[in-house]
Design a protein around this ligand. Structure first.
Ligand code: FAD
Length: 237
């Protein structure tokens, strides 16, 4: 029987089947002592209490899930009891770097929009792209975009080919791509001047959308701490 709540869950209220990580051994912390289960949406005792109102990614429903003695058969367990860590480290879980691809697409759209505007908008008798302050922003955006793309490609290659996959690759890819996306969208807004702040300009939406990736899909602070722990060999408290 599952008991507890989890907030902000993507596709909550829309999905018909949920993967729920549960604590089955209270003597252990973190992923240790946790077991993943498949939970159908119509399981008695499982409800969606709230759909959150977000600043961005507004097409995606994010919900609070509530479990009150929700009975889930052992057959719905994913892997062994206490097997959350094994599942996280398995081939299936290599995809976390894929979030990098999601934000890279938004970054590219913001970049292309900024380039277009810098050619078309004329101020001081010439396209704003000929003013050095704007040219520097375009160059900076491209540099960040290519840096993020390179990391994503390298990690994608490792996901397909490495037998002994290093999860740091997924974590750092998500960190690099989400932070690049945030800065690229912010700069795209700057290139547009006041127009960037207007709803008629697509860039304000891109910025609102990518901000969520700084903490959603795994928090960047925590990823950095996990990477550090792997490097130093010092366990996380
Ligand atoms: C759009 C969106 C979609 C999401 N989708 C899902 C989903 O599908 N499934 C899911 O399970 N979750 C989902 N989440 C939840 C997301 O994973 C969490 O919001 C995120 O992990 C941060 O947890 P929190 O919100 O409780 O922040 P908190 O844990 O309260 O963190 C607040 C601040 O404290 C810092 N902090 C917290 N603990 C530590 C620590 N130990 N060391 C250092 N710093 C710390 C954090 O970095 C942050 O700056 C989603 C969130 C968003 C915004």
């Amino acid at each position: 029987r599952l008991n507890g709540t989890k907030q902000f869950i993507s596709n909550g209220g829309t999905a018909k089947l949920y993967v729920v990580y549960t604590r089955t051994d209270k003597t252990q912390g973190g992923l240790k002592g946790m077991t993943p289960f498949l939970v159908p949406a119509d399981t008695p005792g499982f409800t969606v209490s709230r759909i959150h109102d977000k600043m961005g990614r507004r097409l995606l429903s994010n919900a609070t899930l509530v479990f009150e003695d929700a009975e889930v058969p052992a057959a719905n367990r994913l892997g062994e009891e206490g097997g959350a860590e094994a599942l996280r480290n398995s081939r299936i879980a290599r995809g976390r770097g894929g979030y990098g691809a999601t934000v890279l697409g938004v970054s590219r759209a913001a970049f292309e929009e900024a380039v277009r505007y810098s050619r078309e908008r004329v101020q001081g008798g010439k396209p704003i792209g000929q003013h050095q302050a704007v040219a520097q922003m375009i160059g900076d955006m491209y540099t960040r975009l290519e840096m993020a793309r390179s990391v994503l490609w390298r990690t994608s290659w490792a996901v397909d080919h490495a037998d002994d996959y290093d999860p740091r690759m997924s974590w750092l890819t998500k960190v690099v791509c989400s932070e690049a996306a945030y800065e690229i969208c912010r700069l795209a807004l700057e290139v547009h001047g006041g127009m960037g702040y207007m709803r008629e300009c697509p860039v304000e939406k891109y910025l609102r959308d990518v901000i969520s990736f700084l903490h959603g899909a795994g928090n960047n602070h925590i990823f950095r701490i996990k990477i550090s722990s792997r490097i130093t060999g010092l366990p996380l408290e």
